[in-house]
Design a protein around this ligand. Structure first.
Ligand SMILES: O=C(O)CCC(=O)C(=O)O
Ligand SMILES: [Fe+2]
Length: 369
């Protein structure tokens, strides 16, 4: 059934058994229509902004040069680019990052293989306890908290990777067999990138070098998300992921090296984020915006889907441990720059984030003074 010929099916799924994932739904669509629950576009202020057809000229940071202690000119040049990235786009590409191309390709291929496994196999890792109660970790779709919530056109596998002794290995795919080792290796390598960047960020703010590392705390939380965005016959109606900013300190992304889709809001315009194979993307999260008292920007971003092609993403979220409280660094508060955010407990903040994203509002606005 079509609603006004706009490509929206009024039936919730169109099938006898409700598909439990977007992948199954996309595979079962008999016509280029999407169920009404996925129609997200045009609902919120952020979507009133035009999209540029232009790829964002976001800075590219060469980590080899940034950390080159014996060449202060090179490292100062990269640090200046990093400052610009952190203060404006809130997102940048990193090259020369030390994560082997083979590890990146292997992780991406393992992720693709996982999503290609039969539904019954993937359901062994479900994020629904007893088929209904949502838990953060595992495989599935959005947390659905209300019947009128607009859903994202994506499935995901979400896992805690650090602290290591808190891994729920039963939810780590057993196939392909390389999955667990690759994830371990990928996480360790990306962790080095994150630590190096956190030190560079502390320096830029003239804080002591370990300021951000210390804010994360001893047993900081690292989560990985493997996202699968199936092709969508009506990309203009849905979001792969609704507009949001990340609740992390930093987010490190390995995006699909062929299919784009990530867009960033800046100066009232949505920009396409470039796809550059074997680079990593890094974005500032809300915790860093708060700690830096607004000097570093946590960008609003979203994912659009593709009519012809699926898209994959592997992303690591680095967060202070959930019991910690964070607040603007006192060194960054003075008469000229009054405190802009109130102290928050990370746990409460992250809980608020999920609610706000599903409502199309921004949780960071609730902690602004
Ligand atoms: O798919 C992407 O490129 C970005 C995903 C994202 O923003 C997120 O997972 O928080
Ligand atoms: Fe994000």
């Amino acid at each position: 059934m079509m609603a006004g010929g706009i490509g929206v099916s009024m039936e919730s799924t169109g099938g006898a058994r409700a598909p439990t994932t977007v992948q199954e739904l996309a595979g079962a669509l008999a016509a280029p229509v999407v169920p009404a629950r996925y129609v997200a576009r045009g609902q919120h202020d952020h979507d009133q902004q035009p999209a540029t057809a232009v790829v964002a000229p976001i800075p590219v940071i060469d980590l080899g040069r940034l950390f080159k202690l014996d060449d202060t000119t090179a490292s100062a040049e990269e640090a200046a680019k990093l400052r610009l990235a952190l203060e404006s786009w809130g997102l940048f590409l990193v090259t020369n990052h030390g994560v082997d191309a083979a590890v990146m390709d292997g992780m991406m291929a393992a992720s693709r293989e996982f999503f290609q496994r039969p539904p019954e196999e993937k359901q062994r890792y479900t994020n629904l306890i007893g088929g209904e109660r949502f838990q953060l970790e595992g495989y599935g779709t959005d947390q659905v908290s209300s019947p009128d919530q607009i859903l994202d056109w994506s499935d995901r596998l979400f896992l805690k990777v650090e602290p290591e002794d808190e891994r729920s290995l039963a939810l780590w795919p057993a196939h392909p067999e390389t999955f667990r080792d690759l994830l371990d290796e990928f996480t360790n390598k990306c962790g080095e990138v994150k630590d190096g960047l956190l030190r560079a960020m502390s320096k830029l703010l003239e804080l002591h070098d370990d300021y951000f590392v210390d804010q994360l705390g001893e047993r900081a939380d690292t989560y990985v998300r493997f996202s699968y965005y199936p092709e969508c016959p009506r990309p203009e109606l849905v979001f792969g992921l609704k507009p949001h900013s990340d609740g992390s300190v930093l987010t490190v992304l390995m995006v699909d090296d062929v299919v784009g889709g990530l867009q960033l809001l800046r100066d009232g315009v949505w920009w396409d984020v470039p796809v550059v194979p074997h680079t990593l993307l890094v974005n500032v999260g809300d915790q860093t915006e708060i700690i830096s008292n607004g000097i570093f920007k946590s960008p609003v971003h979203r994912v659009v889907t593709n009519a012809k092609k699926e898209r994959l993403l592997v992303v690591l979220f680095y967060s202070a441990r959930s019991e910690r409280e964070i607040e603007p660094a006192t060194q960054l508060v003075d008469e000229k720059r009054p405190v802009l955010y109130r102290k928050i407990e990370v746990k409460d903040y992250i809980a608020g984030l999920y609610e706000h994203v599903s409502q199309g509002t921004m949780v960071i606005d609730t902690v602004k003074i």
